[in-house]
Design a protein around this ligand. Structure first.
Ligand SMILES: Cc1cc2nc3c(=O)[nH]c(=O)nc-3n(C[C@H](O)[C@H](O)[C@H](O)COP(=O)(O)OP(=O)(O)OC[C@H]3O[C@@H](n4cnc5c(N)ncnc54)[C@H](O)[C@@H]3O)c2cc1C
Length: 367
């Protein structure tokens, strides 16, 4: 697709991406609580065509390739993690909708999602990384011919932008273990989105649980299933777990850039900034190679990205001294944001290795 508007950012090398990132970085400190949903930043992204980078032309997108998408995310995350994180959940929902064999969810939602007049998000982690230790699924689905499809009931524990969503891509489990993915409009009275929890960081993302009380799901809402392992069905699947690492590297870049900025008047910071920049460059190089499709251990990359973001942001805090500890200084925000990567979609292996490191246990759990 040729961009419909001259303002659309056409590639990660487009100078208008610099301008957008400057704007986002200037506003990033505003998104502090669930009352601070970053509507201005999301609107700026929508009008710059950012939402369209991630979808194929056939679905109304601009069809950026995986490398360009990754480069775009790196830049946005360095500017404003809250907005970029919301974007990842939005894009996750759009991809699932666009990738469905059922044309109905796309027909109903895609054009509104692309122009920013509707917001979509995902509530799927209870099938992957959340509540896995519980005996019963937290979101149950069953067939109900009286509504021409199914009903779904339970709690999606984590839904970014829950109170802002027009449609949520929600996963549920049948009693026989099969699963279903559906694009559920939020305007039904049986759906109760939380207002947004107060979080250690990213509170502006308005992440909260969403409770569904026997909500009817018509056949038009179904994206995939009923089937086993619906999340592995490949419908709208992304680039194999690299996205979380991408955002961690983006935040690392922001912290390293800050160190360079400070080093212009404090020469002793120069070798620190340079060393951390080399590591950030190297990890970014590996990430982009993986995005091209070269073999990559995504779990190892995530662990390395997690360690890097913790070190770079704490280096920024150390350099910023007490001033960095005052609310509003970006170093404090980056440090809190770095902790997010310890929990967000964190594979068990990465979490186990992190715990061993923290405990000073040398032997790795990795098989
Ligand atoms: C800010 C934020 C935004 C998010 N946004 C989204 C989103 O938009 N969509 C989405 O789908 N997901 C989202 N997630 C979910 C995320 O990807 C992970 O699934 C989530 O962080 C996993 O944490 P959990 O507390 O749910 O894990 P759980 O494994 O459910 O752990 C919760 C608690 O259960 C107990 N526990 C854990 N394991 C065991 C065990 N083996 N035995 C006994 N007790 C145990 C512990 O006390 C633990 O604290 C978000 C997460 C965060 C933090």
């Amino acid at each position: 697709m040729t961009a419909e508007s001259p303002q659309f950012i056409e590639s990660p090398d487009d100078p208008s991406l610099d301008r957008l990132c400057q704007t986002l970085a200037g506003w990033a400190g505003r998104w502090r609580s669930p009352a601070d949903w970053p509507a201005d930043s999301l609107a700026a992204c929508a009008s710059a065509g950012v939402f369209r980078w991630f979808l194929p032309e056939s679905a109304g997108g601009m069809g950026w390739n995986d490398v360009d998408q990754t480069r775009g995310y790196l830049r946005l995350a360095a500017a404003d993690l809250t907005t970029t994180f919301i974007l990842t959940q939005f894009v996750g929902a759009c991809r699932r909708i666009a990738g469905s064999d059922n044309p109905e969810p796309s027909r109903r939602w895609l054009s509104k999602l692309m122009d920013g007049s509707a917001f979509a998000t995902v509530g799927i982690s209870h099938l992957t990384t959340s509540r896995q230790h519980l005996a019963e699924p937290v979101m149950r689905v069953w067939e109900d011919p009286s509504v021409g499809g199914f009903r779904i009931s339970g709690t999606a524990p984590w839904v970014t932008g829950a109170p802002r969503a027009d449609v949520i891509v929600i996963a549920g489990t049948f009693d026989d273990g099969r699963e279903l993915l559906a694009a559920v409009p939020v305007d039904h009275p049986s759906i109760e989105p939380g207002p947004g929890a107060d979080l250690l960081a990213l509170s502006g993302s308005c992440t909260d649980q969403v409770v569904l009380h026997d909500t009817p799901l018509s056949a038009e809402m179904v994206i995939a299933g009923p089937q086993a392992d619906v999340m592995r069905s490949g419908v709208g699947a992304g680039t194999g777990g690299l996205q979380t690492s991408t955002l961690a590297i983006g935040v690392s870049r922001a912290a390293v850039d800050y160190l360079f900025h400070e080093s212009t008047r404090r020469w002793e910071l120069t070798p620190i900034a340079e060393k951390l920049a080399v590591e950030t460059d190297e990890l970014e190089r590996r990430l982009l190679q993986a995005a091209v499709g070269e073999p990559c251990d995504a779990t190892e990359l995530r662990g390395t990205a997690n360690r890097l973001v913790l070190r770079t942001t704490q280096a920024a805090m150390t350099a910023a001294k007490g001033a960095g500890f005052v609310t509003g200084h970006p170093a404090g925000r980056w440090c809190r944001e770095a902790l997010f990567f310890l929990v967000w979609s964190c594979p068990q292996l990465v979490a186990s290795e992190q715990l061993c490191e923290l405990a000073g246990i040398g032997a790795k759990i990795r098989p």
